[in-house]
Design a protein around this ligand. Structure first.
Ligand code: 1GP
Length: 257
C-alpha cells in the first residue's frame, strides 16, 4: 500500500514548508453555484490537496461529488477523503484521513466507525493516513460536535490539547488534525497549535473558521503544516489564491536561507 502522501507530509514538515487544502463538502455541492469554479480555480493554482467530506454526507452524494471532482481535477491535485462517517469511503480518491476523534469520549467515533470501514479499506487501494482528530471549541456549536456528541477541547487549555496529542502519538497516530469545525466563529488559537506542535513531530493539519490571510498566517506561524479552508473559499473566491501565494513566497524563502 502506498505511503506517498504521508511521506510527503513528513517531508514538508521537516523542511518547514506550508501547504493548503481546499475542503469540499459534497452535501453542499448542489446548492453551491460556484462549486465548479472553486474546484477548477484551486486545481489551476495547483493547490496542495483537496479534502472531501462533511458531517451529513451520504454514500450517493459522495459518489456524485467524486465523479465531478475527478473530472475537473484530472489527477492534478491529490484527493483526500475527510470522512464524517463510514458512509464516506470512496475508492475514487487517492487517500483517506483515517480519523479517530481523540478529543472526544464517544467510542463510536474513537473506534466504532473505523471497525465498520476497515474490511472495505483492506481491499481498496486508498492510502490510509492514521489521523488523531481533535475538535477545538470554535466559539459556536458545530455540526461535528452535535453529530459526534462529544465536547470539544476548550480553546484556553493548551495543556489539554498537548496531552491529547501526546496520547495520540503514543497510540501510533501519524498525523494530527485540529479542527474548530466548519464555519467556526473563532479558528484554533495559536497557543493551542503551539502546544500540540511542541509535543509531536507529526504533520499538523489545522482548519475551521479560517477566512482571511491573517488568520491563515497566524495558524501557520504557530506551527500548523497544512491549513484547510472550506467556508472561507466559498464566501471569498480569491482567498485560496491569496493564501497560496503567501505559502509559495514563504516556502521559497526557506530555500533561500
Ligand atoms: C472543517 O476544518 C474544516 O472541518 C474547514 O472549516 O469550512 O470553516 O473552513 P471551514
Amino acid at each position: 500500500r502506498s505511503t506517498r502522501l504521508r511521506d510527503l507530509l513528513f517531508e514538508r514538515k521537516s523542511e518547514g514548508s506550508k501547504s493548503l487544502a481546499l475542503l469540499i463538502d459534497p452535501e453542499k455541492m448542489d446548492r453551491q453555484s460556484s462549486f465548479t469554479e472553486l474546484v477548477q480555480g484551486a486545481t489551476e493554482l495547483e493547490i496542495d490537496f483537496i479534502f472531501i467530506g462533511g458531517s451529513l454526507v451520504s454514500a450517493d452524494q459522495l459518489a456524485k461529488c467524486m465523479a465531478s471532482v475527478n473530472q475537473i481535477v484530472g489527477g492534478r491535485v491529490p484527493l483526500v477523503l475527510f470522512p464524517g462517517s463510514v458512509m464516506q469511503v470512496s475508492d475514487e480518491a487517492d487517500a483517506i484521513l483515517f480519523l479517530s476523534l481523540i478529543s472526544g469520549r464517544n467510542p463510536e467515533w474513537l473506534i466504532g466507525q473505523q471497525v465498520l470501514a476497515a474490511p472495505h479499506l483492506s481491499k481498496s487501494k486508498l492510502e490510509i493516513i492514521p489521523t488523531g482528530y481533535m475538535l477545538v471549541n470554535g466559539g459556536s456549536s458545530t455540526s461535528v460536535e452535535y453529530i459526534s456528541q462529544t465536547i470539544p477541547l476548550p480553546q484556553d487549555k493548551p495543556d489539554l490539547a498537548a496531552a491529547t496529542a501526546l496520547a495520540g502519538k503514543y497510540l501510533g497516530l501519524s498525523v494530527f488534525y485540529m479542527d474548530a469545525g466548519s464555519g467556526a466563529r473563532v479558528p484554533v488559537s495559536p497557543d493551542m497549535i503551539r502546544a500540540v506542535n511542541a509535543h509531536t513531530k507529526a504533520p499538523l493539519i489545522v482548519g475551521g473558521g479560517i477566512c482571511s490571510l491573517s488568520s491563515a498566517r497566524r495558524a501557520w506561524e504557530a506551527g500548523a503544516d497544512v491549513l484547510v479552508i472550506g467556508n472561507g473559499a466559498e464566501k471569498n473566491p480569491s482567498l485560496i489564491a491569496e493564501v497560496l501565494q503567501y505559502a509559495r513566497w514563504y516556502n521559497a524563502s526557506l530555500n533561500v536561507n
